[in-house]
Design a protein around this ligand. Sequence first.
Ligand SMILES: Cc1cc2nc3c(=O)[nH]c(=O)nc-3n(C[C@H](O)[C@H](O)[C@H](O)COP(=O)(O)OP(=O)(O)OC[C@H]3O[C@@H](n4cnc5c(N)ncnc54)[C@H](O)[C@@H]3O)c2cc1C
Length: 405
Amino acid sequence: MKNTYDIIIIGGGMVGLTLACALGQQQFKIAVVEAYQPEDINLEDDYELRVSAISKSSQQILQHVNAWQGMLKRRACAYQHMHVWDATGQGNIHFDAAELGLDSLGHIIENKVIQFSLLEQCLKLPDVDWLCPQQVNEIDFSENQQTVSLDDGSTLSSKLLVAADGANSMVREAAGIDINKSAYEQKAIVAVVKSTLHHKDTAWQRFLPSGPLAFLPLSDGSCSIVWSAENQRADELIEMDESLFIAELQSEFENTLGKIESLSQRALFPLVRRHANEYVRPGLALVGDAAHTIHPLAGQGVNLGLLDAAALAEVIMQARTNGKNIASLNTLRKYERWRRAENSLMMYSMSGFKNLFSNEQATLSLVRNAGLNFIDSLGPIKHKFMRHALGLEGDLPEMAKIIGW
Ligand SMILES: Cc1cc2nc3c(=O)[nH]c(=O)nc-3n(C[C@H](O)[C@H](O)[C@H](O)COP(=O)(O)OP(=O)(O)OC[C@H]3O[C@@H](n4cnc5c(N)ncnc54)[C@H](O)[C@@H]3O)c2cc1C
């Protein structure tokens, strides 16, 4: 069997499916190859450990591909406030959606909910073939045609192959694209906790010298925590017995939401910064974590990936409208120039933030505490800072722009 497509996307995670929906709506013939069949959540079940803080621009993209309603009808928690403070001083900053005339600053959504709601839309599109569960066996790259052999013996071919297969992308590796990689020397512990006080629709983040601790609001009043700590501390925390871990967590969070009444299982993620040296080759493009991974301290990873998907879709659609080859290096370089610059900026900012805050040096502590308070006190600068953090500024794809804002 040999099937010919315009575009083959390897990886049906949040980013790959967003791209498939955006291009499938425009009658491109697409195959999405995914290794694991996503499952819908059961509303009676506990919250998933993996959640994402979805920015306003990501919300726009997900609305554009008609997947947003599916997320709201399952489980999503809008947050109106964000409160960030430093453990080594009095510095703090508070963001409020109302200050910007927005209904929320973003939503906390389980990754499983995002992926399944996207899949639901994809399956409605006649031009998208969902090939799952399927593993890639071999890829034959050439300038004009990409050929993918799957484990079941079938062969697919297309003009353009997109790697959306995550941080350890086998497509990127098979193409021989190198990455620039450095460990943040931290690991993130994620869990779901229930505390005696309601989260007040606020995303909370306290910067500890060993790494940031975030409490992200969930729709039943509980919180998803992302606790990033230096490797040794993180290893100790994950091994700690439950009552001791809860005591540490409460104390490091200054009992801000009262007592922790319950704790789910905990999961640990090593944090690594990766950036692919090339995003494109003739007939090949990398999107999402296959192209870059960053520290979760500002919850930007998948938001950058969704912007990649929207930008690549825009470049491909423009090329088709102008009668150009959608898979030529000339076309794809527009995507690379666009997104590499934006992603690099975010990656350097995150590394800078991480280094600035993971440091107990007295002068640095003074500078950052004064800085937080200074930004908090200045209306226009604070608003600009907020717009950046919410993904409302920068060179946004059309799909990501909020009309009339
Ligand atoms: C602790 C933590 C907290 C985070 N919090 C946030 C947050 O709040 N906000 C945010 O924006 N980001 C956050 N991120 C980052 C975010 O999770 C990632 O950026 C996002 O999951 C990347 O999506 P993706 O679709 O590119 O890759 P993935 O989610 O990794 O999806 C890749 C898909 O490809 C499939 N696949 C892989 N290889 C193959 C193959 N060979 N054949 C077929 N299929 C294959 C996989 O099964 C998977 O479905 C966080 C990350 C961590 C570690």
